[in-house]
Design a protein around this ligand. Structure first.
Ligand code: GRF
Length: 195
């Protein structure tokens, strides 16, 4: 069995996940990257790290179900047990959710349920919150709404800019996501359906 990472963007989380999984010899390897954005930065990282990357163009499918059916075929080839979203800018549909109950994770750069959706770091800064943070959660059909697994706070300091706050949030993400996934893989953390 193995792990698939889904990403659409720069892929800094993807990269640390691959590095940590190798360093710490996780019981399952990150066997592939699924990317829905041709040309995304994450693809270069996958190549450099030697992780097979598969690019899909969802717009070329009649609907989400058809797209996810193709992705599902690929996941079966790799015997994927866990789907890890890392900046995947698309809602997961019933096709994948039904096949992966309690097996799809997401990381979101806010303390959910605050600032769900896009540009969460910028919106937190503009709102003027004193604390923001990072959430890792199970994925359901909503946008950043699934059951929360772990949260960590990040202090917003006077003078913080989007860049400085992004840096702090990413730093926390890069430690937190591998740690949570490792705990799930090693049984230190047990999803509700397995209890
Ligand atoms: C992260 O901030 C993550 O929380 C959000 O998308 C961003 C992805 O960043 N879901 P990267 O592509 O891993 O650098």
């Amino acid at each position: 069995v193995s792990i698939a990472v889904f990403a659409s963007g720069s892929g800094s989380n993807f990269e640390v996940l691959v590095e940590k999984s190798r360093e710490q010899a996780w019981p399952q390897e990150i066997a592939l990257l699924v990317c829905d954005k041709p040309g995304a930065g994450v693809l270069e990282r996958a190549e450099r790290l030697g992780v097979p990357a598969y690019v899909f163009a969802p717009a070329q499918y009649p609907d989400k179900a058809a797209y996810e059916q193709d992705v599902l075929q690929l996941l079966r080839k790799y015997d994927v047990e866990w789907i890890v979203l890392a900046g995947y800018m698309r809602l997961i549909g019933p096709t994948l959710l039904e096949q992966y109950p309690w097996r799809i994770l997401n990381i979101h750069p806010s303390l959910l349920p605050a600032f769900q959706g896009k540009d969460a770091i910028q919106r937190a800064l503009e709102y003027g919150v004193r604390w923001t943070g990072v959430t890792v959660h199970f994925v359901d059909e909503g946008m950043d709404t699934g059951p929360i697994i772990e949260q960590k706070p990040v202090l917003v300091e006077p003078g913080d800019t989007l860049e400085s706050l992004q840096k702090k949030v990413h730093f926390v993400e890069h430690h937190m996501y591998p740690a949570v996934i490792r705990k799930l893989l090693t049984g230190q953390l047990i999803p509700p359906r397995d209890r």
